[in-house]
Write a new protein. Structure first.
Length: 492
Protein backbone atom coordinates (compact mmCIF):
# COMPACT_ATOMS: atom_id res chain seq x y z
CA UNK A 1 0.00 0.00 0.00
CA UNK A 2 1.30 3.43 -0.88
CA UNK A 3 1.59 5.87 1.99
CA UNK A 4 0.14 9.26 1.29
CA UNK A 5 2.25 12.35 1.64
CA UNK A 6 1.47 14.24 4.83
CA UNK A 7 0.67 17.27 2.65
CA UNK A 8 -2.76 16.07 1.49
CA UNK A 9 -4.07 17.88 -1.61
CA UNK A 10 -7.73 18.60 -0.86
CA UNK A 11 -8.27 20.11 -4.34
CA UNK A 12 -7.31 16.95 -6.22
CA UNK A 13 -10.14 15.15 -8.06
CA UNK A 14 -10.07 11.37 -7.57
CA UNK A 15 -11.67 9.28 -10.30
CA UNK A 16 -12.88 5.69 -10.21
CA UNK A 17 -14.37 3.35 -12.78
CA UNK A 18 -16.93 0.77 -11.66
CA UNK A 19 -16.75 -2.63 -13.35
CA UNK A 20 -19.85 -4.75 -12.64
CA UNK A 21 -22.29 -7.25 -14.06
CA UNK A 22 -25.92 -6.56 -14.91
CA UNK A 23 -26.92 -9.53 -12.78
CA UNK A 24 -30.34 -8.18 -11.83
CA UNK A 25 -32.23 -4.91 -11.58
CA UNK A 26 -31.76 -5.02 -7.83
CA UNK A 27 -28.00 -5.41 -8.21
CA UNK A 28 -27.86 -2.58 -10.78
CA UNK A 29 -29.63 -0.30 -8.30
CA UNK A 30 -27.15 -1.32 -5.60
CA UNK A 31 -24.26 -0.33 -7.87
CA UNK A 32 -26.00 2.91 -8.84
CA UNK A 33 -26.49 3.82 -5.14
CA UNK A 34 -22.81 3.14 -4.46
CA UNK A 35 -21.81 5.39 -7.37
CA UNK A 36 -24.02 8.19 -6.08
CA UNK A 37 -22.64 7.83 -2.54
CA UNK A 38 -19.09 8.08 -3.89
CA UNK A 39 -19.97 11.22 -5.85
CA UNK A 40 -21.49 12.81 -2.76
CA UNK A 41 -18.23 11.97 -0.95
CA UNK A 42 -16.15 13.91 -3.50
CA UNK A 43 -15.10 10.97 -5.71
CA UNK A 44 -15.69 11.32 -9.47
CA UNK A 45 -17.26 8.09 -10.78
CA UNK A 46 -17.18 6.73 -14.31
CA UNK A 47 -20.20 4.45 -14.79
CA UNK A 48 -21.64 3.01 -17.98
CA UNK A 49 -25.14 4.18 -17.07
CA UNK A 50 -24.21 7.84 -17.34
CA UNK A 51 -20.88 7.83 -19.26
CA UNK A 52 -21.50 5.32 -22.08
CA UNK A 53 -23.53 6.99 -24.86
CA UNK A 54 -25.51 5.54 -27.73
CA UNK A 55 -23.28 4.83 -30.70
CA UNK A 56 -20.12 4.37 -28.59
CA UNK A 57 -18.14 1.13 -28.72
CA UNK A 58 -18.74 -0.40 -25.30
CA UNK A 59 -15.60 -2.53 -25.43
CA UNK A 60 -13.45 0.45 -26.35
CA UNK A 61 -15.08 2.36 -23.48
CA UNK A 62 -14.23 -0.42 -21.02
CA UNK A 63 -10.63 -0.63 -22.23
CA UNK A 64 -10.17 3.13 -22.00
CA UNK A 65 -11.51 3.15 -18.44
CA UNK A 66 -9.18 0.37 -17.32
CA UNK A 67 -6.09 1.83 -18.97
CA UNK A 68 -6.79 5.54 -18.47
CA UNK A 69 -4.06 7.01 -16.24
CA UNK A 70 -6.53 9.58 -14.91
CA UNK A 71 -8.60 6.77 -13.39
CA UNK A 72 -7.15 6.34 -9.89
CA UNK A 73 -8.98 3.12 -9.02
CA UNK A 74 -11.11 0.48 -10.75
CA UNK A 75 -13.75 -0.94 -8.45
CA UNK A 76 -14.53 -4.56 -9.34
CA UNK A 77 -18.02 -5.30 -7.96
CA UNK A 78 -18.00 -8.98 -7.00
CA UNK A 79 -21.26 -10.95 -6.96
CA UNK A 80 -22.21 -14.40 -8.18
CA UNK A 81 -23.02 -13.18 -11.71
CA UNK A 82 -19.75 -11.28 -12.11
CA UNK A 83 -17.70 -14.26 -10.96
CA UNK A 84 -19.37 -16.66 -13.40
CA UNK A 85 -18.91 -14.38 -16.41
CA UNK A 86 -15.39 -13.35 -15.47
CA UNK A 87 -14.18 -16.93 -14.96
CA UNK A 88 -15.80 -18.02 -18.26
CA UNK A 89 -14.69 -14.84 -20.06
CA UNK A 90 -18.28 -14.17 -21.20
CA UNK A 91 -19.79 -10.86 -22.40
CA UNK A 92 -18.62 -7.43 -21.41
CA UNK A 93 -17.44 -8.68 -18.04
CA UNK A 94 -15.30 -11.26 -19.80
CA UNK A 95 -13.75 -8.58 -21.97
CA UNK A 96 -13.01 -6.35 -18.99
CA UNK A 97 -11.55 -9.36 -17.20
CA UNK A 98 -9.04 -9.95 -19.99
CA UNK A 99 -8.00 -6.29 -19.97
CA UNK A 100 -7.69 -6.13 -16.16
CA UNK A 101 -5.86 -9.47 -15.95
CA UNK A 102 -3.21 -8.26 -18.36
CA UNK A 103 -2.67 -5.18 -16.19
CA UNK A 104 -2.51 -7.19 -12.97
CA UNK A 105 -0.03 -9.74 -14.30
CA UNK A 106 2.25 -7.08 -15.79
CA UNK A 107 2.24 -5.00 -12.58
CA UNK A 108 2.32 -7.28 -9.54
CA UNK A 109 2.31 -4.34 -7.11
CA UNK A 110 -0.65 -2.70 -8.85
CA UNK A 111 -3.16 -1.25 -6.36
CA UNK A 112 -5.44 0.29 -8.97
CA UNK A 113 -7.96 -2.58 -8.87
CA UNK A 114 -10.02 -3.01 -5.70
CA UNK A 115 -12.43 -5.96 -5.25
CA UNK A 116 -15.75 -4.80 -3.76
CA UNK A 117 -17.77 -7.62 -2.19
CA UNK A 118 -21.41 -7.00 -3.06
CA UNK A 119 -22.57 -10.55 -2.34
CA UNK A 120 -21.07 -12.93 0.18
CA UNK A 121 -21.31 -16.73 -0.03
CA UNK A 122 -20.00 -19.25 2.46
CA UNK A 123 -16.69 -17.39 2.57
CA UNK A 124 -15.60 -13.80 2.11
CA UNK A 125 -14.10 -14.59 -1.30
CA UNK A 126 -16.82 -16.98 -2.52
CA UNK A 127 -17.84 -14.67 -5.37
CA UNK A 128 -14.47 -13.11 -6.13
CA UNK A 129 -13.40 -14.10 -9.66
CA UNK A 130 -10.16 -16.04 -10.02
CA UNK A 131 -8.19 -13.21 -11.62
CA UNK A 132 -8.54 -10.96 -8.54
CA UNK A 133 -9.02 -13.47 -5.73
CA UNK A 134 -5.59 -12.82 -4.18
CA UNK A 135 -6.27 -9.10 -3.79
CA UNK A 136 -7.45 -7.57 -0.50
CA UNK A 137 -11.08 -6.55 -0.89
CA UNK A 138 -13.64 -4.34 0.81
CA UNK A 139 -16.86 -5.93 2.04
CA UNK A 140 -19.96 -3.83 1.31
CA UNK A 141 -22.33 -6.81 1.46
CA UNK A 142 -23.27 -6.36 5.13
CA UNK A 143 -25.58 -3.49 6.11
CA UNK A 144 -24.25 -3.51 9.68
CA UNK A 145 -20.67 -2.80 8.62
CA UNK A 146 -21.38 -0.94 5.38
CA UNK A 147 -20.42 2.54 6.62
CA UNK A 148 -17.15 1.39 8.19
CA UNK A 149 -16.20 -0.48 5.02
CA UNK A 150 -17.24 2.48 2.86
CA UNK A 151 -14.81 4.64 4.86
CA UNK A 152 -12.08 2.10 4.06
CA UNK A 153 -12.98 2.44 0.39
CA UNK A 154 -12.74 6.24 0.45
CA UNK A 155 -9.38 6.00 2.21
CA UNK A 156 -8.13 3.45 -0.33
CA UNK A 157 -9.18 5.63 -3.26
CA UNK A 158 -7.53 8.76 -1.85
CA UNK A 159 -4.58 6.79 -0.45
CA UNK A 160 -5.19 8.15 3.03
CA UNK A 161 -5.20 4.94 5.11
CA UNK A 162 -6.37 5.11 8.71
CA UNK A 163 -3.14 3.51 9.93
CA UNK A 164 -0.19 5.23 8.31
CA UNK A 165 3.39 4.23 8.77
CA UNK A 166 5.11 6.75 11.07
CA UNK A 167 7.96 8.86 9.78
CA UNK A 168 11.32 7.12 10.08
CA UNK A 169 13.11 8.48 13.12
CA UNK A 170 16.73 8.42 14.20
CA UNK A 171 18.43 5.44 15.80
CA UNK A 172 18.41 5.69 19.62
CA UNK A 173 21.36 7.69 20.89
CA UNK A 174 22.23 5.01 23.46
CA UNK A 175 23.36 2.74 20.63
CA UNK A 176 26.27 5.08 20.08
CA UNK A 177 27.08 5.74 23.71
CA UNK A 178 29.84 3.84 25.44
CA UNK A 179 27.67 2.85 28.37
CA UNK A 180 27.07 -0.35 30.26
CA UNK A 181 24.13 -2.44 29.05
CA UNK A 182 21.36 -3.45 31.42
CA UNK A 183 19.70 -5.76 28.89
CA UNK A 184 20.29 -8.71 31.23
CA UNK A 185 18.33 -7.28 34.14
CA UNK A 186 15.62 -5.90 31.83
CA UNK A 187 15.15 -9.32 30.21
CA UNK A 188 15.09 -11.02 33.60
CA UNK A 189 12.27 -8.71 34.72
CA UNK A 190 10.27 -9.63 31.61
CA UNK A 191 10.83 -13.35 32.29
CA UNK A 192 9.89 -12.89 35.94
CA UNK A 193 6.55 -11.30 35.00
CA UNK A 194 5.66 -14.41 33.01
CA UNK A 195 6.50 -16.80 35.85
CA UNK A 196 5.49 -15.04 39.06
CA UNK A 197 2.17 -16.90 39.24
CA UNK A 198 2.56 -19.62 36.61
CA UNK A 199 5.71 -21.07 38.12
CA UNK A 200 6.51 -19.58 41.59
CA UNK A 201 9.52 -21.85 42.18
CA UNK A 202 11.01 -20.77 38.88
CA UNK A 203 10.24 -17.14 39.78
CA UNK A 204 12.28 -17.44 42.98
CA UNK A 205 15.23 -18.69 40.97
CA UNK A 206 14.78 -15.78 38.55
CA UNK A 207 15.01 -13.31 41.46
CA UNK A 208 18.34 -14.86 42.46
CA UNK A 209 19.58 -14.43 38.89
CA UNK A 210 18.44 -10.83 38.90
CA UNK A 211 20.29 -10.03 42.14
CA UNK A 212 23.45 -11.64 40.81
CA UNK A 213 23.34 -9.78 37.49
CA UNK A 214 22.28 -6.56 39.22
CA UNK A 215 25.43 -6.62 41.36
CA UNK A 216 27.60 -7.53 38.39
CA UNK A 217 26.34 -4.49 36.48
CA UNK A 218 26.43 -2.30 39.60
CA UNK A 219 30.08 -3.17 40.24
CA UNK A 220 31.00 -2.31 36.65
CA UNK A 221 30.37 1.37 37.43
CA UNK A 222 33.54 1.59 39.52
CA UNK A 223 35.52 4.66 38.44
CA UNK A 224 39.22 4.06 37.93
CA UNK A 225 41.80 6.65 38.99
CA UNK A 226 42.61 7.40 35.35
CA UNK A 227 38.95 7.88 34.50
CA UNK A 228 38.38 10.35 37.34
CA UNK A 229 39.39 13.59 35.65
CA UNK A 230 38.32 17.21 36.02
CA UNK A 231 35.66 18.39 36.31
CA UNK A 232 35.15 15.53 38.75
CA UNK A 233 31.50 16.33 39.37
CA UNK A 234 30.80 15.79 35.66
CA UNK A 235 32.20 12.24 35.87
CA UNK A 236 29.97 11.48 38.87
CA UNK A 237 26.92 13.07 37.27
CA UNK A 238 27.37 11.02 34.08
CA UNK A 239 27.74 7.79 36.07
CA UNK A 240 24.53 8.54 37.95
CA UNK A 241 22.80 9.09 34.62
CA UNK A 242 24.18 5.82 33.23
CA UNK A 243 22.89 3.90 36.27
CA UNK A 244 19.29 5.03 35.78
CA UNK A 245 18.29 1.98 33.70
CA UNK A 246 19.61 -0.33 36.43
CA UNK A 247 17.56 1.57 39.00
CA UNK A 248 14.43 1.30 36.86
CA UNK A 249 14.91 -2.45 36.38
CA UNK A 250 15.14 -2.92 40.15
CA UNK A 251 11.97 -0.90 40.68
CA UNK A 252 10.13 -2.90 37.99
CA UNK A 253 11.18 -6.18 39.60
CA UNK A 254 10.18 -5.03 43.08
CA UNK A 255 6.75 -3.88 41.86
CA UNK A 256 6.14 -7.29 40.27
CA UNK A 257 7.69 -9.29 43.12
CA UNK A 258 5.32 -7.79 45.68
CA UNK A 259 2.32 -9.09 43.73
CA UNK A 260 3.00 -12.57 45.11
CA UNK A 261 3.64 -12.41 48.85
CA UNK A 262 4.38 -16.13 48.97
CA UNK A 263 7.65 -15.71 47.09
CA UNK A 264 8.68 -12.24 48.30
CA UNK A 265 11.76 -12.34 50.54
CA UNK A 266 12.72 -9.12 52.35
CA UNK A 267 16.07 -10.65 53.31
CA UNK A 268 17.15 -10.54 49.65
CA UNK A 269 16.55 -6.78 49.67
CA UNK A 270 18.56 -6.41 52.88
CA UNK A 271 21.41 -8.45 51.42
CA UNK A 272 21.39 -6.31 48.27
CA UNK A 273 21.87 -3.10 50.24
CA UNK A 274 24.65 -4.70 52.27
CA UNK A 275 26.43 -5.76 49.08
CA UNK A 276 26.02 -2.36 47.42
CA UNK A 277 27.33 -0.48 50.41
CA UNK A 278 30.76 -2.07 50.05
CA UNK A 279 31.25 0.02 46.90
CA UNK A 280 31.10 3.29 48.83
CA UNK A 281 34.79 2.59 49.60
CA UNK A 282 37.44 2.59 46.89
CA UNK A 283 37.93 -0.74 45.12
CA UNK A 284 41.06 -0.01 43.08
CA UNK A 285 44.77 0.21 43.80
CA UNK A 286 46.81 3.26 44.71
CA UNK A 287 45.55 6.72 45.61
CA UNK A 288 41.97 7.90 45.16
CA UNK A 289 39.67 10.85 45.82
CA UNK A 290 37.07 10.60 48.57
CA UNK A 291 34.39 11.75 46.10
CA UNK A 292 35.27 8.99 43.63
CA UNK A 293 32.47 6.77 44.94
CA UNK A 294 29.79 9.47 45.17
CA UNK A 295 27.67 7.95 42.41
CA UNK A 296 27.32 4.76 44.46
CA UNK A 297 26.31 6.80 47.52
CA UNK A 298 23.64 8.66 45.56
CA UNK A 299 22.37 5.43 43.98
CA UNK A 300 22.06 3.58 47.32
CA UNK A 301 20.34 6.56 48.95
CA UNK A 302 17.93 6.88 46.03
CA UNK A 303 17.20 3.13 45.85
CA UNK A 304 16.41 2.95 49.56
CA UNK A 305 13.85 5.76 49.22
CA UNK A 306 12.19 3.97 46.30
CA UNK A 307 12.21 0.64 48.12
CA UNK A 308 10.37 2.10 51.11
CA UNK A 309 8.01 4.07 48.86
CA UNK A 310 7.01 0.98 46.88
CA UNK A 311 6.55 -1.16 49.98
CA UNK A 312 4.36 1.51 51.58
CA UNK A 313 2.41 1.87 48.36
CA UNK A 314 1.63 -1.86 48.57
CA UNK A 315 0.74 -1.48 52.27
CA UNK A 316 3.57 -3.84 53.22
CA UNK A 317 4.05 -2.14 56.57
CA UNK A 318 5.62 -5.13 58.32
CA UNK A 319 8.32 -5.34 55.64
CA UNK A 320 9.09 -1.63 56.04
CA UNK A 321 9.37 -2.18 59.80
CA UNK A 322 11.96 -4.88 59.13
CA UNK A 323 13.96 -2.62 56.79
CA UNK A 324 13.98 0.19 59.34
CA UNK A 325 14.84 -1.92 62.36
CA UNK A 326 17.15 -4.62 61.07
CA UNK A 327 20.88 -4.59 61.65
CA UNK A 328 22.77 -4.45 58.38
CA UNK A 329 26.08 -6.31 58.34
CA UNK A 330 28.61 -4.33 56.35
CA UNK A 331 31.99 -5.68 55.27
CA UNK A 332 34.15 -2.72 54.31
CA UNK A 333 37.66 -2.56 52.94
CA UNK A 334 38.96 0.13 55.29
CA UNK A 335 36.53 -0.12 58.19
CA UNK A 336 36.15 -3.88 58.38
CA UNK A 337 32.95 -5.59 59.52
CA UNK A 338 30.38 -3.65 61.49
CA UNK A 339 26.64 -3.39 62.04
CA UNK A 340 24.47 -0.41 61.26
CA UNK A 341 20.84 0.60 60.82
CA UNK A 342 19.06 2.13 57.82
CA UNK A 343 20.47 5.60 58.56
CA UNK A 344 23.73 4.46 56.97
CA UNK A 345 22.01 4.66 53.57
CA UNK A 346 21.32 8.39 54.01
CA UNK A 347 24.73 9.87 53.31
CA UNK A 348 25.51 13.16 55.02
CA UNK A 349 26.38 14.69 51.68
CA UNK A 350 27.11 13.74 48.10
CA UNK A 351 29.98 16.16 47.93
CA UNK A 352 30.65 16.06 44.19
CA UNK A 353 27.02 16.99 43.40
CA UNK A 354 27.19 20.01 45.70
CA UNK A 355 30.53 20.91 44.07
CA UNK A 356 28.66 20.82 40.77
CA UNK A 357 26.02 23.08 42.26
CA UNK A 358 28.70 25.69 42.99
CA UNK A 359 30.68 25.22 39.78
CA UNK A 360 27.63 25.77 37.59
CA UNK A 361 26.32 28.62 39.79
CA UNK A 362 22.97 26.87 40.15
CA UNK A 363 22.39 28.24 43.65
CA UNK A 364 20.24 25.28 44.66
CA UNK A 365 19.64 24.52 48.32
CA UNK A 366 20.62 20.94 47.53
CA UNK A 367 21.71 19.67 44.13
CA UNK A 368 21.34 16.11 45.45
CA UNK A 369 17.69 16.64 46.41
CA UNK A 370 17.02 18.41 43.13
CA UNK A 371 18.46 15.50 41.15
CA UNK A 372 16.51 12.94 43.18
CA UNK A 373 13.27 14.69 42.22
CA UNK A 374 14.16 15.40 38.61
CA UNK A 375 14.83 11.68 38.05
CA UNK A 376 11.59 10.61 39.70
CA UNK A 377 9.54 9.72 36.62
CA UNK A 378 9.66 5.99 35.91
CA UNK A 379 7.54 4.11 33.36
CA UNK A 380 5.20 7.08 33.12
CA UNK A 381 4.75 7.34 36.90
CA UNK A 382 5.80 10.44 38.80
CA UNK A 383 7.26 9.43 42.17
CA UNK A 384 8.17 12.91 43.46
CA UNK A 385 5.36 13.17 46.01
CA UNK A 386 5.91 9.60 47.20
CA UNK A 387 9.66 10.19 47.60
CA UNK A 388 9.24 13.41 49.56
CA UNK A 389 6.69 11.76 51.86
CA UNK A 390 9.00 8.81 52.48
CA UNK A 391 11.90 11.16 53.12
CA UNK A 392 9.88 12.98 55.78
CA UNK A 393 8.54 9.76 57.27
CA UNK A 394 12.07 8.37 57.69
CA UNK A 395 13.01 11.60 59.45
CA UNK A 396 10.17 11.26 61.97
CA UNK A 397 10.77 7.52 62.35
CA UNK A 398 14.45 7.98 63.12
CA UNK A 399 13.56 10.43 65.93
CA UNK A 400 10.64 8.64 67.60
CA UNK A 401 12.45 5.29 67.56
CA UNK A 402 15.47 6.91 69.18
CA UNK A 403 18.04 6.15 66.51
CA UNK A 404 21.61 7.35 66.98
CA UNK A 405 20.93 10.38 64.80
CA UNK A 406 18.12 11.58 62.54
CA UNK A 407 17.53 11.07 58.83
CA UNK A 408 17.50 14.60 57.39
CA UNK A 409 14.74 14.81 54.70
CA UNK A 410 16.72 16.52 51.91
CA UNK A 411 13.74 16.59 49.53
CA UNK A 412 11.22 18.24 51.88
CA UNK A 413 11.47 21.50 49.92
CA UNK A 414 10.08 19.71 46.84
CA UNK A 415 6.95 18.40 48.54
CA UNK A 416 3.78 19.74 46.95
CA UNK A 417 0.35 19.92 48.51
CA UNK A 418 -2.54 18.50 46.46
CA UNK A 419 -4.74 21.09 44.80
CA UNK A 420 -6.68 22.85 47.54
CA UNK A 421 -5.27 20.51 50.19
CA UNK A 422 -2.65 20.52 52.92
CA UNK A 423 0.88 19.25 52.68
CA UNK A 424 0.40 16.29 55.00
CA UNK A 425 1.76 12.77 54.75
CA UNK A 426 -1.10 10.49 53.78
CA UNK A 427 -0.05 7.57 55.96
CA UNK A 428 0.16 9.82 59.05
CA UNK A 429 -2.91 11.99 58.63
CA UNK A 430 -5.10 8.90 58.15
CA UNK A 431 -4.06 7.51 61.54
CA UNK A 432 -7.13 9.24 62.90
CA UNK A 433 -9.00 6.19 61.58
CA UNK A 434 -9.05 3.00 63.66
CA UNK A 435 -9.11 0.92 60.48
CA UNK A 436 -6.04 2.67 59.14
CA UNK A 437 -4.27 2.28 62.49
CA UNK A 438 -4.85 -1.49 62.40
CA UNK A 439 -3.15 -1.63 58.99
CA UNK A 440 -0.23 0.64 59.85
CA UNK A 441 0.58 -0.41 63.41
CA UNK A 442 3.05 -3.05 62.18
CA UNK A 443 5.20 -0.26 60.75
CA UNK A 444 5.67 1.26 64.19
CA UNK A 445 5.82 -2.10 65.98
CA UNK A 446 2.93 -1.29 68.33
CA UNK A 447 -0.29 -3.10 69.21
CA UNK A 448 -2.54 -0.39 70.62
CA UNK A 449 -3.33 3.22 69.79
CA UNK A 450 -1.99 4.27 73.20
CA UNK A 451 1.41 2.79 72.40
CA UNK A 452 1.56 4.79 69.20
CA UNK A 453 0.35 7.95 70.93
CA UNK A 454 3.12 7.56 73.53
CA UNK A 455 5.64 6.96 70.75
CA UNK A 456 4.56 10.08 68.82
CA UNK A 457 4.63 12.15 72.00
CA UNK A 458 8.37 11.51 72.26
CA UNK A 459 8.79 13.82 69.27
CA UNK A 460 9.80 17.17 70.74
CA UNK A 461 7.99 19.70 68.55
CA UNK A 462 9.93 22.62 69.98
CA UNK A 463 13.32 21.00 69.59
CA UNK A 464 12.75 20.21 65.92
CA UNK A 465 10.68 23.29 65.05
CA UNK A 466 13.36 25.01 62.97
CA UNK A 467 15.11 22.08 61.30
CA UNK A 468 15.77 22.74 57.62
CA UNK A 469 18.06 24.39 55.09
CA UNK A 470 19.65 27.65 56.25
CA UNK A 471 18.49 29.57 53.18
CA UNK A 472 15.09 27.89 52.89
CA UNK A 473 11.89 29.81 53.54
CA UNK A 474 10.22 26.76 55.14
CA UNK A 475 11.47 24.41 57.84
CA UNK A 476 10.73 20.70 58.02
CA UNK A 477 7.16 20.33 59.37
CA UNK A 478 6.96 18.94 62.90
CA UNK A 479 5.26 15.58 63.40
CA UNK A 480 2.14 17.08 65.00
CA UNK A 481 1.49 19.04 61.80
CA UNK A 482 0.43 15.78 60.13
CA UNK A 483 -1.40 14.16 63.04
CA UNK A 484 -2.09 15.24 66.63
CA UNK A 485 -1.06 12.23 68.72
CA UNK A 486 -4.24 12.32 70.83
CA UNK A 487 -6.40 12.08 67.70
CA UNK A 488 -4.97 8.68 66.69
CA UNK A 489 -7.68 6.04 66.21
CA UNK A 490 -10.48 8.36 67.31
CA UNK A 491 -12.72 7.75 64.30
CA UNK A 492 -13.94 4.72 62.44
Amino acid sequence: MQVANTQFDRTKIYKVFISYCWTSAEHENWVYDLAEKLLHSGIDVKLDKWDLKQGQDKYAFMESMVNDEEINKVLVICDKGYKEKADKREGGVGTETQIITAELYSKVEETKFIPIIAECGERFDSYMPTFIKTRIGIDLSNDDTYEDEFEKLIRAITERPKHRKPKLGNLPSYLFEDEISTFKTKNIVATFKNNIFKNPKQAQSIVNDFMQDFMAIFSSFVISRDEYTEPYDEVIYNKIHDMKNLRDDYISLLEEWLKNDEIFDIDKIIKLFEDMYAYTEFKGEGSFYRTQMDHFKFFIWELFLYTVAILLGRECYAYVNILLNTKYFLNLRFHGEHQCDFLEFRFANVQSLEDRNRRLNMNLLSYTADLLCKRAVINGQNYVQRLTEVDLLLYYYSIITNKSYCWFPATYIYAEAPSGGELKINILKRLISKRHFEKVKALFNVDTPKELIDLFNTFNNEKYANIGYDRAFDSVPVLSYHILPDSIATSI
